[in-house]
Ligand binder design. Sequence first.
Ligand code: FAD
Length: 440
Amino acid sequence: MAHLHCIRNTVQASHKLARHTPFIFACRGNASYEVLVAGGGTGGISSGARLANKLGEGKVAIVEPADNHYYQPLWTLVGAGAKPMSSSQKSMKEVIPPKATWIKDSIQQFDPDNNQVILGNGEKVSYKYLVVALGIKLQFDRIKGLPEAFDTPGVCSNYSAQTVGKTLEALQDFTEGNAIFTFPTPPLKCPGAPQKIMYLADEYLRKHGKRDKATIMFNSAGPSIFAVKKYAESLTKVVASKDIVTNFGLNLIEVKPETKEAIFQKVANPKELVTCQYEMLHVSPPMSPHEVVKTSGLSDAAGFVEVNKETMQHVRYPNVFSLGDCSSVPTSKTAAAIASQNAILSKNLLSVMSGGQCTPLYDGYTSCPLITGYSKCILAEFDFDLAPLETFPLDQGKQRRSMYHMKADVMPAIYWDMMLKGRWSGPKQFRKAMHLGMSR
Ligand code: FAD
């Protein structure tokens, strides 16, 4: 490890912060780590913490350029005005595991044949084992007229830190007309998020006496309200009870803020366009793997890091693992999925490191708390085969207040206090206990 120039973080504002302040390295020359984690989001921090806890100080480094870490699942509630933005955000310093090194830069290039990555500043960092957790890229710019239209009234999106604040503004300013909620062609993270905010918008407009002036529309490029049959049946009833119009097979391709028009392409016949007037337009953008992943030599044909879906180990490079939104694992892309994945990945990586096999296998567990109002939620939990895999011994297809509190209060606490510290592996143990050992 040649000539590392170490900048000890100087923020010592409080005793608590000082105690948890990680080392931040600015590389001068090549650095080398036992485990290098690419990305400091949900997957990178949770798996990095687990590995650093096991391997000890100085062995694990996390490459992440951002100053802040976000708990994105809260943005649904932030957009609806039910939680402040600050509850979804912590400074990166606070969440980098104390025993890990933070390399505050971005990865420009992977070089898996030489076990190294090249940083934005041109320097190289080598590794024995690599964990790729770069998330998925939002592509607002694939919709003509965006992102500029975000500067105009009524256009908003819960999908980014920059645009989530506009959702509440759009609800507050709404007078009358169409409130349109879009759903893009896959891939996307949290496929429930485009409709959760719609149910909250419905309740918001009712509470403020504006619902009878609004036509709420779900214009989705997908074929149905939800991929899992059990929850789709429940949601279809929710949609009907709220008098929401659903238009499936419509993909948003253009926004014209000057005339307040949203242009959709029919998925079944792309030459056919449908124009809708909007007063409020909530956009869930198209997404794709990051370019650096697509060109990494690690990706599959779709551009995602090609791992074994059960072990999280790369199919060609046994010293490379991946989890979360950037991986090829064919489950719904959520933080809940990462809760299970980070434990399996870490155990398997440590086993391979000591000459063993990958034993724990991932079953595709993912969950989607489908918020249907300011105190109601359907907690969808399912596996690779879209078969329900529910934690609680009650019908989770029903809207429940208890599940809303799970989503709004319990899950954020678990995330900040346990998952990011490498101490949460998902609800499997609880599920088994709740079902008296009769569940998978
Ligand atoms: P991210 O958390 O996005 O992290 C990726 C990190 O990689 C980022 O910090 C980024 O800066 C960094 N990075 C990118 N490029 C580079 C580079 N070149 N070099 C270094 N670092 C880089 N999930 C749920 O479980 N339940 C929910 O209710 C839920 N609701 C959601 C609602 C919304 C509105 C949104 C947006 C998401 C929601 N999710 C939900 C999904 C969940 O937040 C994501 O699936 C999860 O955060 C993905 O984690 P990740 O680590 O794969 O990616």
